[in-house]
Design a protein around this ligand. Structure first.
Ligand code: PEP
Ligand code: MG
Length: 752
């Protein structure tokens, strides 16, 4: 259908909508306009009422059939369109297996049939159909014209109060309980309603009042979109190499695609508003490519959908994410992907979990979510199609599943688990003000790991002994640009203020490798083995400016207090010496300018690289303390990737080799009088913490949620006999220490 007549239809529809005629009469007029403009012998409008599609208006079929002919969902061609939400285009209607003949309509004369769903707020509320006597297939442009009319009709129906209700069966597959599978990115369980990070914009106005103005809005929208896409490519908004590159490439291709812009432009010429034109082109594209089985093409279609949505959001000025809506109920965030900074915008009290279509174990958003204790399931295919805004959800990351509109049994089991957790937590809360003291009088220091401002209240809540590891790189990960010194100072000062008299140990930035930030490491040339790559101190010693600025920020923030600073990934003692020298030079420079300085600086090394065990005799006299990062150390000792779920059983902190190694390091520290802390996740597991205590560790820095359980364990244990058993097991070949320790703990009533 030529643009001229599309515009004519819209103009006439606009007049109909504006007139003061009763709603039913309007529908009748619309049927007349469609029949006349498309040259079809029949044009009919069916609306959803009481669970069936009822003929509300027709040109060409018998008028007696109006309000008489009713088709259930999935029944006949009309019911099929409503059920599948897809158009039908048939040269010979009766050859379709779902064809249902209705004698009252008198439609036996008509052979060809085309129909489209009328969709409002993502629910089918009716069907618009045309028919011809002679068998003919309708052209794409005609189907598109029908869709455009259907879009306008949806608006007319809503405004007229015709009562076409999107009854539940209109989306049968979307009201049933579903279990969607993905990949566990951050463990945990959560319950809440579905909230889309980028809410879908509902188009309220479809017919253009002023075509020129709509074109101008589109042009401005495209300019902004192209800028945004360019910016995303530059800043690598999604951070981290991988499929994002492909998405960004596609975004770029579409954003600058003349064909796409022209089709939208033509639809505006045809009389639609800019938003409706974008939507109608996207719909047409979805239909054209809807059947593609090729996953690559399906992904690209997804990209176009995202971009259409973004363009509509730009044009309608509704750019905010759901975070800006200030939601006040427990929610599970739904998104294709997220940046770490975007995640931080959500109110932590209500953000219970995250479900993503993409995502990976090493993505920054995953690292931040883990630090926040928010469970995440990623890589859920077609997530946003299968979940609707406001759907009740249960996220079970351990099972890598998202339960959509869960059945009562799933809800019950969640509630039982939650009640159990609450009971346990109440027990831990009762221990808050008691020390982590074993039954035989051994005091264990329990510190927390932190990295975000929002972690700070955990200090008070848990009454921990301090912060044993402050991961300064988090500020870098959530920032699109390099955090300047003033921002670093502000954060470090807040941390020290929140800690008060409790000690804080800062770790210099551990970026690079899998925590690459585009403004430092660059996106090009991703590393084969990022964990063993150009990261942490290796990077900091080569980009000295980075370390210098951080040193000055820390010195400034800790003025008048004690500064504890440690360096990550030390492989050889000279690295520690060089890093310390950078900080000392910064201290001297500040002193020369008469600026206030920390009262004392204590320097520490993180023990994460196994070879360091061979040079401890050199290193220990140089350091004030040692902190064992068992997350990295274990993966290097066992050559088992810490993030690979397939290796979870092999990545075993209680492997005899690992424990013997740790015992040796702890002994060396004791001999040299160097305080030692374990700051990996290992110390946050009760059985593992017991093992560490048994080999002489007295300071653990752990995730805040683990403080209660570990303290309860310590207070229930008599340590001396466990230490004696441990010494024996370490010396006995073939001992399964995990099994032995668990059995002994159970026998002695230790709360693990
Ligand atoms: C570790 O490796 O154990 C550690 C604490 O550092 P991160 O987890 O930040 O690598
Ligand atoms: Mg580490």
């Amino acid at each position: 259908m030529p643009v001229g007549s599309a515009r004519e239809i819209l103009r006439r529809l606009h007049d109909v909508m504006a007139a003061r005629t009763p709603a039913e009469a309007k529908l009748d007029q619309v049927a007349g306009i469609v029949a006349a403009e498309l040259g079809s012998e029949v044009a009919s409008i069916y609306l959803m009422r009481d669970g069936a599609l009822e003929l509300f208006a027709t040109r060409g079929l018998k008028q007696e059939a109006v309000h008489v002919t009713r088709l259930g969902l999935g029944q006949g061609l009309v019911g099929t369109i409503a059920e599948t939400r897809a158009p039908l285009n048939l040269a010979e209607a009766s050859s379709h297996p779902r064809f249902a003949y209705r004698p009252e309509t008198g439609e036996e004369r008509f052979h060809s049939f085309a129909g489209v769903p009328i969709i409002r707020r993502e629910a089918v509320i009716g069907v618009l159909a045309v028919q011809h006597v002679s068998p003919r297939a309708y052209e794409d442009v005609e189907i598109e014209a029908l869709q455009t009319v259907a879009m306008v009709l949806a608006e007319l129906i809503a405004a007229s109060g015709l009562g076409a209700e999107p009854v539940a069966p209109a989306r049968p597959r979307e009201t049933a309980a579903l279990r969607l599978s993905g990949v566990r990115l951050v463990d945990g369980v959560a319950r809440g309603v579905a909230v889309f990070h980028q809410p879908r914009i509902r188009i309220e106005r479809t017919v253009a009042e002023d075509v020129e103005e709509e074109k101008a809005r589109l042009e401005a929208g495209f300019r902004a979109l192209r800028e945004q896409v360019d910016h995303m490519v530059r800043q690598a908004e999604f951070a981290g190499p991988g499929d994002h590159d492909e998405i960004l490439e596609t975004y770029k291709m579409f954003a600058f695609d003349e064909g796409w812009a022209r089709r939208i432009h033509d639809a505006i010429e045809g009389g639609l508003t800019a938003e409706a034109a974008i939507e109608s082109v996207a719909q047409a594209q979805r239909i054209r490519m809807g059947g593609v089985a090729d996953p690559y093409l399906a992904e690209r279609l997804h990209d176009l959908d995202d971009l259409s949505n973004r363009l509509i959001r730009i044009i309608s000025g509704r750019l905010g994410t759901a975070a800006a809506l200030g939601l006040k109920e427990d929610m599970i965030l739904i998104a294709r992907n997220l940046g770490p900074a975007e995640l931080l915008e959500y109110d932590r009290r209500y953000l219970k979990g995250v479900a993503l279509e993409e995502g990976s174990l090493t993505a920054h958003v995953t690292i931040i979510a883990r630090a926040m204790g928010v469970p995440v399931v990623g890589r859920i295919a077609r997530l946003r199609e299968q979940v609707a805004e406001g759907d009740p959800l249960i996220l079970d990351a351990g099972a890598a599943a998202l339960f959509v509109r869960p059945q009562a049994s799933v809800v019950r089991s969640f509630e039982e688990q939650a009640a159990l957790r609450a009971k346990r937590q109440a027990g831990y809360d009762a221990l808050r003000d008691l020390p982590a003291l074993s039954r035989d009088g051994i005091r264990v220091q329990l510190l927390i790991n932190a990295g975000l401002r929002s972690d700070l209240p955990a200090l008070e809540l848990t009454n921990a002994d301090g912060i044993g590891l402050f991961r300064t790189e988090f500020q870098f990960l959530v920032s699109a640009t390099l955090p300047r010194k003033a921002r670093q100072v502000a954060l470090y000062r807040d941390v020290l203020d929140a800690a008060g008299r409790r000690p804080v140990t800062f770790r210099s930035v551990d970026i690079g490798g899998d925590k690459a930030v585009p403004y430092i490491a660059g996106r090009e040339g991703g590393e084969e083995n990022p964990a063993m790559g150009w990261r942490a101190l290796r990077l900091a010693l080569e980009r000295k400016g980075l370390l210098e600025v951080q040193a000055r920020a820390l010195l400034e923030a800790a003025a008048g207090r004690e500064l504890n600073l440690m360096f990550p990934m030390i492989a050889e003692p000279w690295e520690f010496a060089e890093a310390k020298a950078v900080v000392e030079r910064a201290r001297a420079a500040l002193a020369a300018r008469g600026q206030p300085l920390p009262e004392a600086i204590r320097y520490g090394a993180m023990f994460e690289v196994p070879a360091l065990a061979e040079t401890l005799d050199e290193l220990l006299p140089m350091v004030d303390f040692l902190s064992i990062g068992t997350n990295d150390l274990t993966q290097f000792l066992l050559a088992a990737d810490r993030g690979n779920p397939k290796l979870a059983a092999r990545y075993d902190w209680l492997a005899r080799g690992v424990l013997r190694f740790l015992a040796r390091v702890v002994r060396a520290c004791e001999a040299e009088g160097v305080p030692v802390t374990v700051c990996g996740e290992m110390g946050g597991r009760t059985l593992e913490a017991l093992a560490l205590m048994a080999i002489g560790v007295r300071r653990l820095s752990i995730t805040p949620a683990a403080v209660g359980p570990v303290k309860a364990m310590v207070r229930s244990a008599e340590l001396a006999p466990i230490a004696a058993s441990m010494a024996l097991w370490l010396d006995t070949p073939g001992t399964d220490i995990r099994a032995m320790l668990a059995a002994e703990a159970a026998a002695r009533g230790i709360d693990v």
